[in-house]
Design a protein around this ligand. Structure first.
Ligand SMILES: O=C(O)CNC(=O)[C@H](CS)NC(=O)CCC(=O)C(=O)O
Length: 288
């Protein structure tokens, strides 16, 4: 389900906040949701093999929705490499992930896929949601692009090679209504307010590849704030550790409940040793 950002008056959704807050009740059923922490590289085959193993392990553990980090399929080594490997979302790379979902009978949140853009110089940073039959249910193109001069680190200019999306995306799943976002979006609370109070999302997905510097400073507090403000679960699957000699991600994958409590974590400190793992929790599906 896609809705235009331009057509969503933010004041209306914000004014409904007080009246809707705290009215969700817990239903009896509980469902397992997992998040993966990994260290993707520019080896598409190796990344797929890691994902495939984790999908099978998660499925065996009874997980119904497994969430992968941004750039799960590929992290570039040199500039321009992402553009070269970018494919349509129904291309061969994504089809293999769809087969995984079907074979293991599990929903997959595949955040931050390099989707081929409308010209050779731009891609979309796309979060793809695949259901347990292997069908693409919906996709969200990252709206807020990471054009930031990170102190003591480097200058990122994602907009040099990425076309932003302009649609807000929610999708119903066995876990509840999912709100799809990507990484740097987490710094823009209005998107999460719209997902929750205009489009009734219950679980906010934030696949990420945060830098070490900004992750140490802001990652946990931003994610917990979004959970508290929206009273949604937040699932934040993260890239972790060194992808190559030029690039490192913070890690610290988190699953947060609507009260803002961290209910599962794959620590950043462990990222350097244990960067290919997953965790899961039981969600109580909420009737709002
Ligand atoms: O390009 C790729 O391979 C995958 N994409 C990313 O790593 C993106 C864009 S460069 N990174 C972020 O958004 C980091 C945000 C962040 O660190 C913050 O908000 O502090």
């Amino acid at each position: 389900m896609a809705l235009s950002l331009a057509r969503t008056p933010i004041h209306r959704s914000l004014s409904s906040f007080r009246s809707r807050a705290f009215k969700c009740s817990m239903a009896a059923s509980s469902i397992r949701v997992g998040a993966v922490q990994m260290t993707s590289t520019n080896d598409i085959e190796a990344n797929f093999n890691t994902c495939s193993r984790l999908v099978k392990e998660a499925s065996t553990a009874g997980v119904k929705l497994l969430c992968f980090p941004e750039a799960f399929a590929f992290v570039s080594y040199r500039d321009g490499e992402s553009l070269e490997i970018a494919e349509p979302i129904d291309g061969p790379i994504m089809q293999r992930y769809c087969s995984l979902a079907r074979e293991s009978n599990i929903w997959l949140s595949l955040g931050g896929f390099q989707e081929r853009g409308s010209d050779d110089k731009h891609l979309h940073n796309t979060h793809v949601l695949v259901d347990d039959t292997g069908s693409i249910k919906s996709f969200y193109r990252k709206i807020h692009l990471f054009d930031v001069d990170v102190p003591g680190n480097m200058v990122y200019k994602e907009s040099n090679f990425t076309t932003p999306g302009d649609d807000i995306v929610v999708e119903d799943s066995p876990v509840g209504r999912l709100g799809l976002t990507v990484c740097y979006d987490i710094r823009f609370p209005e998107l999460y307010q719209l997902l929750r109070f205009q489009h009734n999302a219950q679980v906010l997905l934030v696949p990420a590849a945060f830098t070490r510097v900004t992750g140490e400073a802001h990652w946990e507090i931003l994610l917990r704030a979004r959970a508290i403000e929206t009273q949604c679960y937040v699932v934040a699957a993260a890239q972790a550790g060194k992808h190559n000699e030029r690039r490192e991600s913070y890690g610290d994958s988190l699953i947060i409940d609507p009260w803002g409590r961290i209910i599962a974590r794959l620590p950043a400190s462990k990222a350097r040793h244990l960067a290919k793992s997953f965790m899961f929790v039981k969600f109580h599906a909420r009737a709002c």
